[in-house]
Design a protein around this ligand. Structure first.
Ligand code: HEM
Length: 470
């Protein structure tokens, strides 16, 4: 059976045990009930409130629902900016202020947001705890993204070594080789869909190699990652939520088997076992993390490893095709690519927002926030803050402070994959434009429906002639 097509009846119970024949129907029903209860608690209520507030013109609700289409968030950011540095609304507090976003992300009186911070009364929280489906959810502990010290420090330190700029630099040649192989496949073709055929394939291959996952895992992980990506948004519809959990469940099963195999192989390691160099191979064998900590953080790294970078590459392709004079300048002076990548990160930030909860009463920007207040940090709005960036609404690859963008966050949760994503984009974009000098959009790019992860679902291009790589 292909891993991308799990059997229709979920064979895993809510506690993660494999159901025996006879118990299947019961488990499938229980699974659906567990998911529905969680969806009803976490998404149904916010969904209704968001829809009604968005209709009444609430800027934050309009941003969070993403209903206005590509680019509609930018005027809403300006509405919030005009209202102040820290703007309260029925949906919580929001900011598009660069200095304030930076300050909050670095302030230890704020913690990452988990389902416990949704302000639910005790009995509902009890239901939430009892309906934990045990999935490797990127926005629930023990994912490092939403864990706090000391757990966060422990998770992060165990893998950080593999993601330092120096360690990532050693992969540059391999990334160049991968991009050439992918571009070779496009030659002799009049058109291509660059998101699926290039912008996703490159980072998924790189992160899978880095973590020691086999080639045949790429395709299923792309499918599961796409299914799970909406979990970063609020107020999902039931179908999207159920699909996302299905993607997580498939990832969970795959990684559980994968790590079990690694542990079995590790009982009798060969003289030189190449897979032992991969961070999760080591962790699976050491037993330093529980099974759930291991699987959740592995799934987070794989998912974050390509679901974000695909948008950096895709948004870059579209922006540069829409600004041919800037593309021509990069062709003239390839030394400008690193700054161009920073400007792409600033101008169309692949991760548009994050959030933080005050863990104690805090006074900030002349406002008193009670303990438990949730602040929406609209990073993409901060990246257009006129107090930091001149002419913030203009795309300009020569902008001298483009690197001051907050696209990767800052503080203890600053993106662990920033060096990797930057390196991949500075290889993938020049390689594409060098190989196909006449590249052009064939149709209008098709934006993805996700809100937090910001990019295109499809970018159809005319390839034109191919220039041979030397
Ligand atoms: C353009 C590409 C990327 C963007 C824009 C991006 C953005 C971000 C942002 C904004 C955060 C901080 C979230 C917060 O503070 O709440 C973050 C954290 C994180 N990112 Fe990335 N990311 C990218 C690529 C990657 C890659 C390639 C990986 C995989 C290696 C990765 C793995 C992670 C992880 C594991 C965290 C959580 C770190 C922690 O909590 O300590 N990201 N990312």
């Amino acid at each position: 059976m292909s891993p991308s097509h799990p059997e229709p009846d979920p064979p895993i119970t809510a506690t993660g045990r494999v159901a025996r024949a006879g118990g299947r129907a019961v488990d499938a029903t229980r699974w659906a009930l567990v998911l529905w209860a969680r969806w009803a608690l976490m998404d149904l209520g916010p969904r209704a409130v968001l829809a009604s507030r968005a209709k009444r013109g609430d800027a934050l609700a309009q941003i969070l629902t993403g209903r206005g289409g590509w680019g509609s968030q930018y005027p809403a950011f300006e509405t919030i900016r005009a209202a102040g540095r820290l703007v309260p609304s029925r949906l919580g507090v929001a900011t598009v202020d660069h200095a304030l976003c930076r300050e909050i992300l670095r302030d230890r009186r704020f913690a990452t947001v988990t389902p416990d911070d949704l302000g639910m009364p005790g009995p509902l929280r009890g239901i939430l705890a009892r309906t934990d489906p045990g999935l490797p959810n990127p926005v629930e502990p023990p994912a490092m993204l939403v864990s706090e010290p000391p757990d966060h420090t422990r998770y992060r330190q165990l893998v950080a070594r593999s993601f330092t700029p120096r360690s990532i630099e050693t992969m540059r040649d391999r990334v160049g080789e991968l991009s050439r192989t992918l571009l070779d496949r496009l030659e002799q073709r009049p058109t291509a869909e660059l998101i699926g055929e290039y912008a996703t394939m490159l980072p998924v291959t790189v992160i899978a190699e880095l973590l020691g996952l086999p080639d045949e895992a790429h395709e299923p992980f792309i499918e599961w990652g796409e299914q799970a990506a909406p979990l970063l948004d609020v107020g999902l519809d039931w179908r999207t939520f159920r699909r996302a959990c299905g993607g997580l469940r498939s990832m969970d099963r795959y990684l559980r088997d994968h790590f079990a195999r690694l542990r079995a192989d590790g009982d009798a390691p060969g003289e030189s076992d190449p897979s032992a160099a991969h961070p999760f191979t080591r962790l699976a064998r050491d037993g330093e993390l529980t099974e759930r900590e291991l699987i959740t953080n592995a799934a987070l790294l794989v998912g974050a490893g390509f679901e974000t970078t695909v948008n950096l590459i895709g948004n870059g392709v579209v922006l540069l095709l829409q600004h041919p004079e800037q593309l021509a300048a990069l062709r003239e002076d390839p030394g400008g690519w690193p700054n161009a990548v920073e400007e792409i990160l600033r101008f169309e930030s692949p991760v548009q927002m994050t959030g933080r909860t005050a863990t104690e009463p805090v006074t900030l920007a002349d406002r008193d926030l009670p303990a438990g207040a949730v602040v929406s940090l609209l990073l993409a709005g901060a990246n257009r803050d006129p107090a930091v960036f001149d002419r913030p609404g203009e795309f300009d690859i020569t902008r001298t402070n483009a690197r001051d963008n907050l696209a990767f966050g800052t503080g203890i949760h600053a993106c662990i994959g920033a060096a990797l994503a930057r390196m991949e984009a500075t290889v993938a974009l020049p390689a594409l434009f060098e190989r196909f000098p006449d590249l052009g959009l064939a149709t209008a790019p098709d934006p993805s429906q996700n809100v937090t992860l910001h990019g295109f679902r499809r970018v159809e291009v005319r390839l034109g002639r191919a220039r041979k790589h030397v």
